[in-house]
Ligand binder design. Structure first.
Ligand code: CP
Ligand code: NVA
Length: 311
């Protein structure tokens, strides 16, 4: 009897090596080029992606659903409200059933531990589409966007201004994997917990009390909502705590002259970023959003087919 190798999953950024990321970025570039030239590429014909959403989404749903269709496959949307997950069916049983019918699972939920449980019981690859702890698909697209706009990210400095949240955690893991530096500036009470990120050491991030100091000389400045999904009850306290953590023209002025601004979106102009910055010349947020589509197509291709030769 031949034993099928266990499925690879993409649950946090450090699940892949630098070499695998280099492959994914090359494939993203090629897949994007084919799509832009209206050339059909259907390597996932007859394959089915299940997307489970326990939180709201615009970009993640669009990019996975459109991406799977553009690769020749099908995507099915499930949410907690209309599926048995919301009525207490164990996540392991859900994983076993999906594994018998479909080829790939993308899940957006609250605790990372839920995604880990799902993956442990799944015979098919599981992708983290955002948890309270991580958002690896977004940072995958963000780094592709940086490379596309400015070249290699190794040795560069990324600034995170704001909450020590899922996006921030993922940037820190990415810095270690791809050898760049993250400057983190968060208000008291909303700092990062690097001991929970499974890092080898502390050499790829630095904490700054002053966001202006964090931005000095940086190549990429990024911020995110002050209140992430699932933390809405804290909104009032967060509005006060984050008041000095708005990325504005002054912060961009002390960054490198060719620095880019990124935001995973949705954005709140006047809170975590001024309209002048997010709608200004250094902002690459629309390329960043579009690249979710291309990068995740490369990710799904890799998880289902392994290394397809870079053309
Ligand atoms: N950036 C992001 O994941 O967007 P959605 O919440 O709209 O999916
Ligand atoms: N940190 C945000 C990202 C949204 C894409 C959240 O978790 O709500």
């Amino acid at each position: 009897m031949t034993v099928k190798p266990a499925a690879r999953h993409y649950l946090q950024f450090r699940d892949f090596t630098r070499d695998e990321y280099n492959h994914l970025f090359e494939r993203t570039r090629w897949i994007k080029g084919e799509f832009k030239a209206y050339r059909r590429y259907w390597p996932l014909a007859d394959r089915t992606l299940v997307m489970i959403f326990e939180k709201a989404s615009t970009r993640t749903r669009l990019s996975f659903e459109a991406g799977m269709q553009q690769l020749g496959g099908t995507a099915i949307y499930l949410n907690t409200r209309d599926s048995q997950l919301g009525r207490g069916e164990p996540v392991e049983d859900t994983a076993r059933v999906i594994s018998r019918m479909c080829d790939l699972i993308m899940i957006r939920t609250f605790e990372q531990s839920m995604v880990e449980q799902l993956a442990a019981a799944s015979r098919v690859p599981v992708i983290n589409g955002l948890t309270n702890e991580y958002h690896p698909c977004q940072v995958l697209a963000d780094i592709f966007t940086f490379i596309e706009q400015r070249g290699p990210i190794a040795g560069k400095t990324v600034v995170w201004v704001g909450d020590g949240n899922n996006m921030c955690n993922t940037w820190i893991q990415a810095a270690e994997t791809l050898d760049f530096k993250v400057h983190v500036s968060s208000p008291p009470g909303y700092e990062i917990h690097p001991d929970q990120l499974g890092l080898k050491d502390d050499s790829h991030f630095q904490v700054f009390a002053d966001p202006m100091a964090a931005c000095r000389g940086a190549h990429l400045v990024t911020s995110d909502v002050w209140t992430s999904m699932g933390f809405e009850a804290e909104n009032e306290a967060r509005m006060k705590a984050f008041a000095d953590y708005c990325v504005d023209e002054e912060m961009m002025a002390v960054a490198a002259p060719d620095a880019v601004y990124m935001h995973c979106l949705p954005a709140h102009r006047g809170e975590e970023v001024t309209a002048g910055v997010i709608d200004g010349p250094q902002s690459v947020v629309w390329d960043e959003a579009e690249n979710r589509l291309h990068a995740q197509k490369a990710l799904m291709e890799y998880l289902l087919l392994g290394r397809v030769d870079v053309k």
